[in-house]
Ligand binder design. Structure first.
Ligand code: PMP
Length: 344
């Protein structure tokens, strides 16, 4: 016996993790640069005997460090096994039976999967094209119980301003708005204030992108203490392992390293975007560590993907219309981006 919704489920397809020898991996928005050397120090000092014991189930050291970073209380922070886990747990907490989940389109392709798992109808609205359009946006009745806004958005790389996101939260209230800020550290701005100023806003962040720790699996949710406390009720007892807690703590002790990597990636992104535009590509201005762009005809997105693949360079292409004209290219090192420019 398999639940019909699971039997029929179209699973989320992550960026390919290939086994080929020479691979330039620009298909999953991972960071081009290694994480802080503080992490190697923490690992060298780690006593494997600690693995005998279960981890701190409520990751207290880690959430106190995070609370200091965001100037809030530790009780306002939840930590998960990647932000993917955090987002899934949020659907358990905030979506009542038969209630809807809402998203804009296009956005992160995990959300429809989360809605299917939860057996929640998904309300999909076209992505507003400006802050003004977002401010004017109104939900039809009944409103979704939970709305996921990715800001800056994936795969488009576009971003709404703080006040436009606040307007969305207010028109959605009392339902919950999760602002998925996986890429915000590449944008120079964020909506974290809304987690403390608007009672229905929660902000998710990840160590996978700006902090160069996709392999670690640590993501967080920040907001009202009474809302956050419910995620603790539904999580696995030990959802963040000892090493993940230790390494995330080490990373947080060295934010300057992460910020310098972000500066390098943003500089490369701007140079790469301008060079593509000069070659006739349509490049969506990006606030992230990837660019969303259309090659000049007769070149197609699929053809670009295939050409780069023969050189061991992986990028992302979505075959669903109308996205199939685009490719999404993660920003790597200057040398990697120069190699792409020499091929397209
Ligand atoms: N949100 C967005 C918008 C993403 O692109 C990703 C990465 N695929 C995630 C969340 C998940 O990140 P994590 O590695 O923390 O699970």
């Amino acid at each position: 016996m398999i639940r019909p919704s699971v039997a029929a489920l179209e699973p989320y397809v992550p960026g390919e993790q290939p086994k080929l020898k020479r691979i330039v991996k620009l298909n999953a928005n991972e960071n081009a640069y290694p994480p802080s050397p503080k992490i190697a120090e923490a690992l060298a000092a780690f006593d494997p005997a600690r693995l005998r014991l279960y981890p701190d189930p409520t990751f207290n050291r880690l959430r106190h460090l995070l609370a200091r970073r965001y100037a809030c209380k530790a009780e306002q922070i939840f930590v998960g096994n990647g932000s993917d886990e955090v987002l899934r747990l949020a659907t358990d907490v905030f979506v009542r039976n038969a209630a809807h989940i809402g998203i804009f389109d296009p956005t992160y392709s995990l959300y429809p999967v989360l809605a299917d798992i939860r057996e929640a109808p998904l309300d999909v609205f076209p992505l507003p094209q400006s802050d003004e359009a977002l401010c004017a946006f109104r939900f039809p009745d009944p409103r979704p119980d939970l709305f996921f806004l990715v800001n800056p958005n994936a795969p488009t790389g576009t971003m709404f301003g703080l006040e436009a996101v606040r307007a969305l939260a207010r028109t959605l209230a009392p339902s919950i708005l999760i602002v998925d800020e996986a890429y915000t550290l590449f944008s120079g701005t964020d909506c974290m204030r809304l987690a403390f100023e608007e009672p229905n806003v929660l902000i998710s962040r990840t160590f996978s992108k700006a902090w160069s720790l996709a392999g670690l699996r640590v993501g967080i949710l920040v907001g009202d203490e009474a809302l956050i406390s419910n995620l603790y009720k539904v999580k696995d007892s030990y959802n963040v392992d000892v090493l993940a807690q230790t390494i995330a703590e080490a990373a947080l002790s060295d934010p300057g390293w992460m910020e310098e990597n972000c500066r390098k990636i943003v500089a490369t992104r701007e140079r790469f975007s301008a060079a593509l535009a000069e070659k006739g590509w349509k490049v969506t201005p990006s606030h992230t560590n990837f660019v969303w762009c259309v090659p000049p005809p007769p070149l197609t997105g699929r053809a670009v993907l295939e050409k780069l693949r023969t050189r061991g360079i992986l990028i992302r292409h979505f075959s669903a219309k109308p996205l199939e004209r685009f490719v999404r290219i993660t920003i790597g090192t200057d040398e990697q981006m120069d190699e792409i420019l020499s091929l397209v």
